[in-house]
Ligand binder design. Structure first.
Ligand SMILES: C[S@@+](CC[C@H](N)C(=O)[O-])C[C@H]1O[C@@H](n2cnc3c(N)ncnc32)[C@H](O)[C@@H]1O
Length: 245
């Protein structure tokens, strides 16, 4: 099965099984600690340009089970954005840091088209895309292999009975931290105060991660989620955690 095929195989949870490293025991663990998918596959309105870009997606796709150094054909620090939405933050980061390998993970097809389009228009060569559930993708990665994980405006799932769908949990903290190199960073932002509290609770409890609320990260460009937060007079909060060991 080719790379793109791997990234699109449905597993028994109805999510995408992403890589060959996802053996049965890993899936069993996953089922226990992440009981619900953190997203609903939204179809969204797709522009013709995004649709066209999706037909040129293949060179951007990567199998997360394959070492990033092999995928990018170079040893370089690796950044991963989970839930890149329309791709602005990843494109901005990759453009500012051509010396990094940048991986975007999302399942939102108009956003994937938008990311491909921006990379083409800005001649950005250091971005690869995994169209799959980020938790499965993280599980595929080698431990201690990433310098930076970004999670900006994760879906807030505001209703109490949906909280179990939230991405950032103690289990996420453990998983993300295991994939970071010592000294690697996890950067997040949200405008949803109850989620900010969830983030602090989940990450503060992890002995490998030190940090907390931070100033706005200058490399995080404003997206429509930030614009909407401003309109709603929500306070946008950034977080930065460093893996200390
Ligand atoms: C609220 S949007 C934020 C998008 C972007 N970060 C921004 O700030 O504009 C959340 C994004 O996360 C994606 N997402 C949520 N859970 C995910 C998961 N488990 N795996 C991959 N993508 C996920 C959604 O598809 C959506 O694009």
């Amino acid at each position: 099965m080719g790379r793109s095929g791997l990234a699109r195989t449905a597993n028994s949870f109805g999510w995408s099984a992403t890589c060959s490293r996802l053996a049965a025991p890993a899936l069993e663990t996953r089922k226990l600690i992440f009981s619900k998918p953190t997203f609903i596959r939204r179809r969204g309105r797709m522009t013709n340009a995004q649709l066209g870009a999706l037909s040129r997606l293949d060179p951007f796709l990567m199998d997360p089970a394959v070492d990033a150094a092999e995928v990018f054909n170079r040893q370089a620090p690796t950044a991963m954005e989970i839930g890149f939405g329309m791709g602005q933050a990843l494109v901005h980061f990759a453009g500012c840091h051509p010396e990094w390998n940048c991986i975007g993970v999302d399942v939102y097809r108009p956003g994937i088209g938008s990311l491909v389009l921006q990379c083409e228009q800005k001649n950005i060569k250091n971005v690869r895309i995994v169209e799959s559930d980020a938790l499965s993708v993280l599980e595929c990665l080698e431990d201690n292999s990433i310098e930076l994980i970004m999670v900006f405006f994760p879906d807030p799932w505001p209703k109490k009975h949906h909280h179990k769908r939230r991405l950032v949990t103690p289990a996420f903290a453990t998983l993300a931290s295991s994939k970071l190199n010592p000294g690697g960073r996890l950067r997040l932002a949200t405008d949803w105060l109850p989620y900010a509290e969830t983030i602090v609770e989940a990450l503060q409890g992890n002995p490998e991660l030190h940090g907390g609320i931070s100033d706005r990260w200058p490399l995080r460009p404003p997206t429509k989620f930030e614009e909407r937060a401003r309109q709603l007079r929500h306070c946008v909060q950034d977080f930065c955690y460093t893996k200390v060991r």
